[in-house]
Design a protein around this ligand. Structure first.
Ligand code: SF4
Length: 885
C-alpha cells in the first residue's frame, strides 16, 4: 500500500493511503477523544468529539471517518476544537442523568472522563430526559436507555461483527432509544459484545457476583479455557474471586471480542461442587485422604500392577484442556515412568481429522492459516463447519467477510446452520454423511472443467493422477443422486471455490459428528491443494479442535503412537533422543487408542486406568459400554475439578486447580502458543495437574527435574522441533505460532506452507468412498441423529458453570417442522428420542428451513446424556422421535 505523509499538531507521520485522520493521529502519538468510535467497527461519526481543524480550511471535521491526505496539516487542540467538544458534551449531558456516583460504569465511563477532562461544570441548556424503563429481565446484561448517548456502538457491533441484529434504534427525536423489537428482553447470543462496546453505563453486566470499581480490580492477561480459538482475555479479580472478564483490542487475534463462554462462563471456577480434597472410595462411601496418603495409595497400587503385568496393564486418558506443559509431563509420566504406550484423549475422535486427514496430505496435523484470515477470503466453503455453535468468535470472521468484503459463503452440510442466514449465502444441503462424496464431486468437476491450479499442482503437489482416478467414479449425476443435492449446485460451488482469488474451507473437529470426519478432512485438504488455495493469505483449511488446547495436546504427544512433535514411536532416532533426555527406555508398541483402552478395561487386560481432566462416561460415545468398561477397572484414578460421572466410579479422586489458578501455555487452533496466567490462588487443598504429575513421578522413584511450567516449556523448546527455541519469558501477548525454530530463535507464522511442505510436496491422496456406514435406519428408526454443539457450552465442562446453565440449561429436540407435524409433535412438547442403544427426553423445537430427516440434540448435558444413543465408529445413528407420555 503506498504511503502518504501529513502532520498532526506539528508531528510528521506517514500512514497507508486510506487511513483516517484518527488512525494517523494514533500513529503519531496524538490522542483525539471519541465516544462513538470502536476499532472493531466501521466509523460512524455520531458523537463529533473527534472534530479537528485543518490548516487552510474553514470549519471542523470529524477525524474518525475522514481520510488522511498527503500534506495535510491537522490541528487537534485549537480553541475552536475545544469549544466544539465542550458544546458537544454539554448537549449530550442535556439528556444524560447526572448520577455518576451510583452508575455501575463510574470510573470506566468515557463520558465521565471527558466531562472531567474538558472541565464541564454547567449545562447552559434546559435538561430534558425521557424516562425509559430499565431492562433487568435479560440474562447477564442490564440495559438502561436513560444513560444511553446514542453512539450506536452496541447496535453496530451486534450487526457488523456478530451478525445478530438484536438491537436497533427505535422511535424518533427525543424518544429515540436503542432497544430490541417491542422492548422484549434480549434473546441473542449473550456474548456481551454490546456491553464491551458501550462507552457509558447504558449497557452493563448484571453482577454475577460482587462487583468492584475499576480501581479495586486486578486484571490478569490470560487465555480463554473453553474452545480452541484461544481468545485473549483479562480476568478481573477482587478479593480472591473473579468478578468479570474483559478483553482488549490490541491483544491476541480476537480484537477484544469474546463469546458468551469466554465472557460469562468463568463462574465454573468458583462454582459449588469444586473438589478440594483427595478422596478414596470404599464401596458407596467416600473418605478424605491427605495428599501424602493419596500418593502412597496410588503409586503403591501402580507398582503392584507393574510388577504383575508390566506397563501395558496400565493406561492413561488425558485431556485437551491440560496446558502444553501438563500434557507433555503427563505423557512422560505414562511412557517414561509407568512404561505404558496406552495413552490417548478426546476418545481419539477429537484429533483424528487433523492427524489422519489433513496431516498425510499437507504435512502438519493443523489448520493452515490464521483465524483472522477468514475475513480475507473471497469464497468461504463451510463443510460441516457451523462456527457459530462451535467457535463463535471465528464465526465473526465469516460475518465480517460476508458483510464488509461481500465474500461468498457456501454451506455444504446436512443441516441448516447459522451461516446459511448470511446475506447471499448459498446452502448445498446433502444427505447426512455424504459431504465427503459432495467434495469428491467438486474435485471431479474441477478436474473435468480444467479449473485446477496447474502451476501449483505441478510445482507443489504429487498424486494428481491418483486423485483423478480416485474421483473418476463420482460423476455429478451419481453424486447428486446419492447426496440429494442438485448437480448445478455442486458444479457452481466447485466453480466458485476454484475461481475465487482467495478461498478457504471451514470445518469443526473434535465434536461428535456425522459421517467420517477423517475422510472429510482429507477430501477438503485435497480440494484446497488442487485449486492452489494453500500457502496463501486468505486461503487454506480451518479445521478447528473443540477444546482449549486441542492442538497442544496433539503437539505434545498425548496420543497413541506419537511422541511430542509427531515423532512416531516406531522412529528409532526420534525415540532415542527422548530416551537420552529422560534416561529411560520408552515402550516401542504404538499403544492403544481410547477405544482399545476401554476394550482392554472391559476384557481385563488393562487393570489400572488414570483419567486426567476427561469424563469418558459423559462425553465418549456408547455411554453404557463405557460405563461398564470403567466399572471393571481394578484401580481407577480420576483427577478433576468436579465429581464427574467418571469420578464417581473411581477408587481415588484427586482435586485440581482450575485454569484461573495456574500458569502454563495453550496452543490455539492456529498454532499460537499463548500464556495462561494464574489470576487466583488455588482453592485450599487443591494442586495443579502439573504438581500432581510431579508428585506421582517422585513417589514412583523417578522424580522429574522441573521446578514449574517454565522448566517444562524450556525442555519442550529444546526437544520438540515445532516448538524449537520457545522460552517462557519471551512469549509475546497473542502468542507465537509454530513452526518455530531456526538459528535466529523463535519466529512463528500462522501461515503454513507459503514456501514448502514438510514432506516436499502436498500428497493428493484420497481414500475410497464407503457408503456402508451411511445405510441403516429402516422404518423403526427413520431419522438421523445430529449431535449438536451449542455455543453456550463446551463439552460437559461448561455445564458446571451456573451462568451458562442459566441461559442454556438443557438440550432440545430440534427437528424440521414438517417432520414434527408428521410425528404429531408441537413446539414445547416433551419428546423421546430413541435409538437402538438408548433414549433421552427433551422439549421439542422446530426449524423452518433446511433438510428434513435430521434430528439435532445437544451433547453437553449430564441428565439428558446424548451419548447413550450413540455408537462408536458405526456411521450414522438412526433414531425415531415420539411424544413422551
Ligand atoms: Fe473465544 Fe472460544 Fe473462549 Fe468463546 S469459547 S471466548 S470463542 S476461545
Amino acid at each position: 500500500m503506498p504511503e502518504i505523509t501529513l502532520t498532526i499538531d506539528g508531528k510528521e507521520v506517514s500512514v497507508e493511503r486510506g487511513a483516517t485522520i484518527l488512525e494517523a493521529a494514533e500513529k503519531a502519538g496524538v490522542r483525539i477523544p471519541t465516544l462513538c468510535h470502536d476499532k472493531r467497527l466501521i466509523p460512524f461519526g455520531a458523537c463529533r468529539m473527534c472534530v479537528v481543524e485543518l490548516k487552510g480550511r474553514r470549519g471542523l471535521m470529524p477525524a474518525c471517518f475522514n481520510p488522511a491526505r498527503n500534506g495535510m496539516e491537522v490541528l487537534t487542540n485549537t480553541p475552536a476544537v475545544i469549544e466544539a467538544r465542550k458544546l458537544q458534551l454539554q448537549l449530550i449531558l442535556r439528556h444524560h442523568p447526572l448520577d455518576c456516583p451510583v452508575c455501575e460504569a463510574a470510573g470506566a465511563c468515557q463520558l465521565q472522563n471527558l466531562v472531567v477532562e474538558y472541565g464541564i461544570e454547567e449545562i447552559p441548556f434546559p435538561r430534558e430526559a425521557p424516562k425509559f424503563p430499565v431492562d433487568l429481565r435479560s440474562h447477564f446484561i442490564k440495559r438502561d436507555s436513560n444513560r444511553c448517548i446514542l453512539c450506536g456502538c452496541c447496535v453496530r457491533i451486534c450487526n457488523e461483527v456478530q451478525g445478530v441484529n438484536e438491537l436497533s434504534f427505535v422511535n424518533r427525536g427525543i424518544r429515540t432509544e436503542i432497544s430490541t423489537d417491542f422492548g422484549r428482553p434480549l434473546d441473542c447470543e449473550f456474548c456481551g459484545q454490546c456491553v464491551s462496546a458501550c462507552p457509558v453505563g447504558a449497557l452493563v453486566y448484571k453482577p454475577l457476583g460482587p462487583m468492584g470499581r475499576p480501581w479495586e480490580v486486578t486484571r490478569t492477561e490470560t487465555v480463554c479455557a473453553f474452545c480452541g480459538l484461544g481468545c485473549s482475555m483479562l480476568l478481573e479479580t477482587k478479593k480472591g474471586r473473579v468478578i468479570q472478564v474483559s478483553s482488549r483490542y490490541d491483544i491476541g487475534t480476537n480484537e477484544g471480542n469474546l463469546c458468551v463462554k469466554g465472557r460469562f462462563g468463568w463462574t465454573c471456577v468458583q462454582a459449588d461442587g469444586r473438589l478440594t480434597k483427595p478422596l478414596v472410595r470404599d464401596g458407596e462411601r467416600w473418605a478424605e485422604l491427605s495428599w501424602g496418603e493419596a500418593m502412597e495409595r496410588i503409586t503403591g497400587r501402580w507398582k503392584e500392577l507393574l510388577a504383575k503385568g508390566g506397563g501395558g496393564t496400565i493406561a492413561v486418558l488425558g485431556s485437551a484442556r491440560l496446558t502444553n506443559e501438563e500434557a507433555y509431563v503427563l505423557q512422560r509420566l505414562a511412557r517414561g515412568v509407568l512404561g505404558t504406550p496406552n495413552l490417548d484423549h478426546g476418545a481419539g475422535l477429537s484429533y483424528a481429522p487433523l492427524l489422519h486427514g489433513v496431516g498425510p496430505v499437507l504435512g502438519y496435523a493443523a489448520a493452515t492459516n490464521g483465524i483472522r484470515e477468514i475475513r480475507e477470503a473471497d469464497v468461504i466453503l463451510a463443510v460441516c463447519g457451523d462456527f457459530k455453535e462451535t467457535h463463535p468468535v471465528a464465526k465473526n470472521q465469516v460475518v465480517l467477510a460476508s458483510g464488509r468484503r461481500k465474500s461468498k459463503v457456501i454451506v455444504l452440510d446436512h443441516v441448516h446452520t447459522s451461516l446459511c442466514d448470511l446475506t447471499g449465502a448459498e446452502a448445498v444441503f446433502v444427505r447426512p454423511g455424504t459431504e465427503g462424496l459432495a467434495l469428491r464431486g467438486m474435485i471431479r468437476c474441477i478436474l473435468e472443467e480444467g479449473l485446477w491450479d496447474r502451476a501449483f499442482v505441478e510445482n507443489r503437489t504429487e498424486g494428481i493422477e491418483a486423485l483423478r482416478e480416485a474421483v473418476e467414479p463420482f460423476g455429478l449425476d451419481f453424486v447428486a443422486q446419492r447426496t440429494g443435492a442438485r448437480e448445478a449446485q455442486i458444479r457452481e460451488a466447485a466453480g466458485a471455490f476454484a475461481r475465487a482469488g482467495t478461498g478457504c474451507i471451514l470445518m469443526s473437529s473434535g465434536t461428535l459428528g456425522v459421517g467420517d470426519p477423517v475422510d472429510l478432512a482429507r477430501a477438503a485438504a485435497c480440494l484446497a491443494a488442487l485449486v492452489g488455495k494453500v500457502g496463501r493469505r486468505g486461503c487454506g483449511l480451518h479445521i478447528y479442535g473443540e477444546k482449549a488446547n486441542s492442538q497442544g495436546a496433539l503437539d505434545m504427544g498425548l496420543v497413541p503412537g506419537f511422541l511430542p512433535g509427531y515423532v512416531s514411536l516406531g522412529d528409532p532416532e526420534g525415540r532415542k533422543a527422548l530416551e537420552e533426555l529422560w534416561g529411560v527406555t520408552l515402550p516401542q508398541a504404538a499403544g492403544h487408542t481410547a477405544r482399545a483402552i476401554l476394550q482392554g478395561c472391559a476384557e481385563g487386560s488393562i487393570e489400572g486406568l488414570y483419567v486426567v481432566g476427561e469424563n469418558p462416561i459423559g462425553t465418549y460415545p456408547d455411554r453404557a459400554w463405557v460405563q461398564e468398561a470403567l466399572g471393571k477397572v481394578k484401580f481407577l484414578v480420576v483427577q478433576d475439578l468436579f465429581m464427574s460421572e467418571t469420578a464417581k466410579l473411581a477408587h481415588v479422586v484427586l482435586p485440581v486447580a482450575s485454569f484461573a489458578e495456574k500458569d502454563g501455555t495453550f496452543t490455539s487452533v492456529d498454532r499460537r502458543i499463548q500464556r495462561l496466567r494464574k489470576s487466583l490462588a488455588p482453592l485450599d487443598g487443591v494442586k495443579t495437574d502439573l504438581e500432581i504429575f510431579m508428585d506421582l513421578a517422585a513417589a514412583m522413584g523417578k522424580a522429574f527435574p522441573y521446578r514449574g511450567p517454565e522448566d517444562v516449556l524450556e525442555e519442550v523448546g529444546r526437544s520438540v522441533s515445532l516448538y524449537r527455541g520457545i522460552r517462557w519469558g519471551e512469549i509475546p501477548s497473542g502468542g507465537l505460532a509454530w513452526p518455530l525454530g531456526g538459528d535466529g530463535g523463535p519466529r512463528g507464522t500462522t501461515l503454513l506452507y507459503a514456501e514448502e511442505f514438510p514432506q516436499g510436496r502436498a500428497r493428493l491422496e484420497l481414500g475410497p468412498w464407503d457408503e456402508g456406514p451411511l445405510q441403516g435406519g429402516g422404518k423403526d428408526f427413520p431419522w438421523v441423529l445430529h449431535p449438536q454443539t451449542r455455543w453456550f457450552h463446551s463439552g460437559t465442562f461448561s455445564t458446571w458453570s451456573p451462568s451458562l446453565m442459566e441461559v442454556c440449561p438443557g438440550p432440545t429436540v430440534l427437528l424440521h417442522w414438517e417432520d414434527a407435524e408428521e410425528a404429531g409433535l408441537r413446539e414445547g412438547d416433551q419428546a423421546r428420542v430413541i435409538s437402538a442403544r438408548g433414549e433421552l427426553a427433551a422439549p421439542v423445537r422446530t426449524r423452518l428451513r433446511g433438510p428434513r430427516g435430521v434430528v439435532q440434540v445437544a451433547h453437553h448435558f449430564k441428565e439428558q446424556a446424548l451419548n447413550r444413543l450413540l455408537g462408536w465408529g458405526e456411521g450414522l445413528t438412526w433414531v425415531r422421535v415420539e411424544k413422551a407420555s
